[in-house]
Structure formats: structure tokens, C-alpha cells
Design a binder for this molecule. Structure first.
Ligand code: GDP
Ligand code: MN
Length: 417
């Protein structure tokens, strides 16, 4: 009744008066959304380290770095496939150690076979129980029940207890491992991935040289139902610590078009902060990562991780380490400290990035690269080295999270969305 009367009254108002009433709201929304615009930098903040094959400099100084692969004994063949690939495309020249981690004792057969595949560079470690278990204060019974329900609801792997431990481990506990303390950099590997181009320079050295802290190959959207509360928790922590929003943070956000004060009502919707603005769900896919462990070991990051842990979302939801790392990087790193390895050919499951080969940059006579042939094509704009695909084979959301930070005229080196 009241609504109908209000409706009738509004309809009787002249249009100009309506516009006058609406104007401040419209202006406020425009200003609000404008604040989330990401300014284009005057130079590319993240150019590729190299854009063609290099003669591998096997005598050059190395960084303090290690490959890390978490795996299960039953993943023997899949693990071998990955190691064969990274050895052939990179590590036969650069010889970084490869650490295998497991929550259970290693099968001696896995150790023998993988160490052989890794050319004797394998290190085999078991994760201490306290870094792979429920936190003491969590109600395990209700967590286990929730995991069962999540399994039924169908978010990927959400019904597996081990997967939840894994996500919590990689999100924070990994960086506290004693066996990793002596290293600064890590390159994460997973069983059954492919490296499809030769990597003829040392990415660790380049990361250090260019003051990068985080490198990725594939960016994509998180499965929303795996983490309804993650972004809100993150944004609350950010606000409580008064962390300013960088352009990288804003590049991951989608500002709300709802006028004030109604916008705040949206804060109850998943993936929104207390003001009603949303995370786009964009994140870097962490099955490939090259990163500086000091960033993740820092008091600030560990404080963020502990805050998330206390919220219980690693078990009561299925917060993934990829999303956690990405939000932390967007929140705490400078935009120019993040690197997209556009030149690295990589496949995990059905997602892949495969650059086109750099024209005239394939070093046809190189003796070091003689076993890395054949490459099939070269294409204008290509930056890959002896990639075994033609540059069209892409299923990657490319630089989406970072793309807004590229120069307007930076050519996209082939990406698919
Ligand atoms: P996806 O890539 O998210 O589909 O998940 P994966 O099944 O590939 O798991 C991600 C990584 O965690 C891989 O390196 C797995 O070997 C590892 N992983 C997952 N669950 C467990 C577990 O229960 N124990 C161990 N040791 N590794 C696990
Ligand atoms: Mn995987």
C-alpha cells in the first residue's frame, strides 16, 4: 500500500526533479568506479627477460634456488614425466637440486627412479606432521563433515581431506620447512606437467636481477564455490593492517556500480569486501611458480596466513594456495615485482601456454641445443625458444590479472580468453 503510494508520488514528479535527486548518486558511483581505474604505466612494467634462444651459460653463477615437487608415491610415473621434461628443457644445463616432498614416507622405488630421472639431483623429504594436519584449535569433527559436504557440492578435490591439508601447507606452512631454510628461491613443479620450449637462461638469476618476487605462466579464474569467504577475510585483514591499494590490487578488483549507501549491502555477497566491491576471481595458477621465499616467509605474509588459518577456511571451505598467494602478491608486492613468463611453454591438465617461436632467434647451429630440436614454425612476434607447438595452441587467460598494467600499445603475444 505504502509502496504503491510512493510509486505514484514518484511518477508525478517532473523528470528534471528526479534527475536532480539522482544526480549526486550517479556522480558518487562514477567517482567510486573511477578510483578503481588502473593507470597505464609509461613503460612496460614487466617485459620478457629474453625474446629468443640464448646459448645456455652453464658457467654462470647460480642463485640459491631449488625445484620443489610435492607428490604421492602412487604418482611415480607422472612425477617422472615432469622431471624428464624439465631436465630436457632446462635443468640438464643449469643443474639445480630437485626436492621431492611427501606427507608419507617415500617408497624406496620412487626414490631410486626419480633420482635417476633427475640426474642424481634429487632430495627426498617427508613433511613433519605439524605442517600437514588440522590446526589444534580447529573442531576436526565439524571440519571433516564439511569436507564431506564440499565433496558432494562438487568443487574440484574439495571432498579430499589430503587436498585441504595440501592447500594449507602450500599457503603458509611450506615456507617454514626446515629443509628449505637454506634456499631463497623455489620453482614449483607438479607431477604430469609438460615444459614445451627450451628455457635457455636462468630464470632465478633474472628474477633476482630484475627484483621480482613472483613469477607465473598461467592466470585464470578461481572456482567461486571453493572459497566464498576468502576474499572478505583477505580484505578485512588488509584493512586492519592499513595496507594501501596498489594498481595491481585494483587490477584484480571489480568495483561495484551500486550507489552508496546501498553498495554496502552487497558486502554479504561472496567475494566482496565490506564496501561491496568484488574480487574478479583472477589468480595465478600456482602449480607453476618461481618465487622468492623471503616474500612468503616475511612476518607480514605469515601474519596474513595465520589470520586466514584462524578463519578455518582451509577446511570449512576449500581455500586454494593459488588464490591465497595471488591475493597476497596483489596486496603486498609492487606491480613491477611480478613476472609473467610468457616465453615458457607449459601445460597442466587442459590449460597450457605455448609461445610462438621467435623468428630468427632459434640458434640453429647451437651444439647445446642440438637435442632440443625440432621446432616446427617461427612467427612474427614470437618470443619462444624451440617450442614444440606453433604458438596458436593456447588455452590461457594470459596476463589478465596484470594486463591492465601493460602499456596500451604493448602487443599481446597471443592469448586466449
Ligand atoms: P590440482 O592440480 O589442483 O588438480 O591437484 P593435484 O591432485 O595435482 O594436487 C596438487 C599437488 O599436491 C600435486 O603436486 C599433488 O601431488 C599434491 N598432493 C595433493 N594431495 C596430496 C596428498 O594427500 N599427499 C601428497 N603427498 N601430495 C598431495
Ligand atoms: Mn595438478
Amino acid at each position: 500500500m505504502l509502496l504503491r503510494r510512493l510509486n505514484r508520488a514518484v511518477r508525478r514528479l517532473p523528470f528534471s526533479l528526479l534527475l536532480l535527486i539522482a544526480a549526486p548518486f550517479i556522480v558518487e558511483v562514477l567517482i567510486h568506479v573511477w578510483q578503481y581505474q588502473v593507470p597505464r604505466p609509461t613503460t612496460d612494467l614487466d617485459a620478457p627477460f629474453f625474446t629468443s634462444c640464448q646459448e645456455p651459460d652453464v658457467g654462470a653463477e647460480r642463485e640459491n634456488a631449488v625445484f620443489v615437487m610435492l607428490a604421492r608415491n602412487k604418482e611415480l610415473h607422472k612425477a617422472k614425466k615432469t622431471i624428464r621434461s624439465i631436465e630436457a628443457q632446462f635443468n640438464k644445463w643449469f643443474n639445480y637440486p630437485i626436492m621431492f616432498l611427501n606427507d608419507e614416507p617415500w617408497d624406496p622405488n620412487f626414490v631410486t627412479e626419480l633420482n635417476e630421472t633427475a640426474g642424481g639431483k634429487g632430495i627426498f623429504e617427508v613433511i613433519p606432521k605439524e605442517q600437514w594436519s588440522y590446526p589444534d584449535w580447529l573442531d576436526q569433527e565439524s571440519a571433516k563433515e564439511s569436507i564431506q559436504q564440499q565433496g558432494k557440492a562438487g568443487a574440484p578435490h574439495a571432498g579430499l581431506e589430503g587436498y585441504h591439508h595440501m592447500c594449507r601447507f602450500y599457503s603458509g606452512k611450506f615456507y617454514q620447512l626446515d629443509v628449505l631454510k637454506k634456499y631463497k628461491w623455489y620453482w614449483r613443479l607438479e607431477p604430469s606437467v609438460d615444459f614445451t620450449c627450451a628455457i635457455t637462461y636462468d630464470p632465478f638469476v633474472q628474477m633476482a636481477k630484475h627484483k621480482k618476487v613472483y613469477g607465473y605462466t598461467i592466470a585464470l579464474w578461481e572456482v567461486g564455490k571453493s572459497c566464498p569467504g576468502l576474499f572478505r577475510a583477505t580484505a578485512d585483514w588488509k584493512q586492519s593492517k592499513r595496507v594501501p591499494s596498489s594498481s595491481l590490487w585494483n587490477a584484480m578488483m571489480e568495483a561495484s556500480w551500486m550507489p552508496f549507501p546501498f553498495r554496502r549491502l552487497l558486502s554479504w555477497v561472496p567475494h566482496r569486501d565490506t564496501y561491496g566491491d568484488a574480487w574478479s576471481l583472477c589468480h595465478y595458477w600456482s602449480n607453476f611458480e618461481i618465487a622468492d621465499m623471503d616474500f612468503f616467509r616475511s612476518k607480514t605474509y605469515q601474519d596474513y596466513f595465520d589470520y586466514l588459518d584462524r578463519k578455518g577456511g582451509f577446511y570449512n571451505e576449500r581455500w586454494g594456495d593459488a588464490a591465497v598467494h595471488s591475493l597476497a602478491v596483489a596486496m603486498l608486492a609492487d606491480p613491477q615485482q611480478v613476472h609473467h613468463f610468457e616465453d615458457i611453454g607449459y601445460r597442466h591438465d587442459t590449460f597450457y601456454q605455448c609461445p610462438a617461436n621467435a623468428p630468427g632467434g632459434q640458434l640453429p647451429g647451437s651444439l647445446s641445443l642440438v637435442k632440443n630440436e625440432p621446432w616446427t614454425t617461427e612467427a612474427a612476434g614470437g618470443i619462444g625458444c624451440r617450442c614444440q607447438c606453433d604458438g596458436k595452441e593456447l588455452r590461457n587467460f594470459g596476463t589478465y590479472c596484470l594486463d591492465k598494467l601493460k602499456q596500451p600499445n604493448t602487443p599481446k603475444r597471443g592469448w586466449f580468453s
